[in-house]
Design a protein around this ligand. Structure first.
Ligand code: TXA
Ligand code: MG
Length: 328
């Protein structure tokens, strides 16, 4: 320990110029697991390395998201997209027609993609977008990997179209914002589900009519049916453990035990022995899978504080512990 005062919770958010020096600095921050807000042609995105669990967990912490919604990965071109997702012939057609641009495709995830499961919320599909903004393109090429990036606003607030808006909401919670001026489109990308037949999951910057013209057929908008939720992120079935999960203060004999915090000595796995919520979020999907492949058929999960990222972790655990439909 030096005598220097420790940095308080409030960090300095750097405002970077959209030039080679600024983009180089942003790429280094991302490589080190930091968060950088970047301009895209739709809205500003809050980016992290999509392969680093801890970096992706920090996106949810910075935004204060109460749920682990799956995130869009951003790549520079179609060739890069093929490293992470399978593109059907129709997906290829849309990609060739509209990438780079305000179109996101939800595609089957490749098993060798190497993405953090927090990006896909444990699903076997991934949302992929190729942004057209020159600054986003330059950063993706300088960084050389996939960037997970939701809109750069605190959860529940409007999406930012200027660096000042980003700082209004996230100053002190992220390492940097690249100031690339005004986002031209101003609404988010159009999201098309391409796991089965194409469906419109979110209207956005690319018109439905243009999609349909490129495909030569209509693209249905799934009807809202409470029995079959189709809101983005709920469409594909979330990873449900085979083992029965029970939220408990202590395990019973014979149960596997997913712990949290220093007092949980002897847990089968501990989400964060230090009691750190960002670390727990980074480990959550990995540990749920690992404990599920073990011998216990019942898993007890220690209580997690209902604050900050704890809310999103608890939401996921509660859904894993909820009674399931017979045969499901
Ligand atoms: O224009 C945009 O798309 C902006 C810029 C920054 O690129 N990004 C953006 O991301 O709007 P976000 O995280 O705010 O919205 C992502 C949406 C969410 O509604 C999420 O549920 C859905 O995409 N989504 C992501 N992955 C999905 C998946 N595998 N299946 C279904 N929906 C998915
Ligand atoms: Mg958003």
């Amino acid at each position: 320990m030096t005598g220097k005062p420790k940095r308080s919770v409030t960090e300095i958010t750097r405002r970077l110029a959209p030039d080679a020096a600024g983009i180089g600095a942003a790429a280094r921050i991302l490589t080190e697991g930091g968060l950088v807000a970047l301009p895209t042609e739709t809205v500003y995105g809050l980016a992290a390395d999509a392969r680093q669990d801890h970096a992706v967990a920090r996106i949810f912490a910075a935004k204060g998201r109460p749920r682990f919604n799956p995130l869009i990965i951003h790549v520079p071109d179609l060739e890069a997209a093929r490293r992470y997702a399978h593109l059907t012939p129709e997906a290829e057609r849309l990609a060739r027609a509209f990438w780079p641009g305000p179109l996101t495709l939800v595609l089957p995830l490749l098993s060798e993609a190497g993405l953090s499961p927090l990006v896909t919320a444990g699903n076997d599909s991934v949302a992929v977008r190729v942004p057209a903004h020159p600054v986003a393109q330059a950063l993706l090429r300088a960084f050389g990997g996939p960037l997970a990036a939701p809109s750069a606003n605190p959860s529940g607030r409007v999406s930012p179209t200027r660096a000042d808006h980003v700082l209004d909401g996230l100053e002190g919670r992220i390492e940097a914002v690249i100031d690339g001026g005004e986002a031209a489109v101003g609404v988010e990308s159009t999201i098309v589900g391409m796991v089965e037949n194409p469906v419109l999951l979110r209207p956005g910057g690319l018109a439905l009519e243009e999609l349909e013209a490129a495909l030569g057929h209509t693209v249905p908008i799934p009807a809202m049916d409470p029995a079959r939720p189709v809101a983005p992120g709920q469409l594909s079935s979330h990873y449900a453990p085979r083992a029965e999960m029970r939220l408990a203060t202590r395990p019973q004999p014979g149960e596997a035990w997913l712990g949290f915090g220093p007092q949980d000595q002897g847990a089968t796995l501990n989400l964060s022995p230090a009691g750190d919520l960002t670390e727990a979020a980074a480990n959550l999907f990995h540990y749920m899978r690992e404990i599920d492949s073990g011998p216990g058929t019942v898993v007890a999960v220690s209580p997690i504080p209902e604050t900050g990222l704890g809310r999103a972790i608890n939401d996921r655990l509660r859904r894993a512990a909820a009674p399931r439909p017979a045969g499901g």
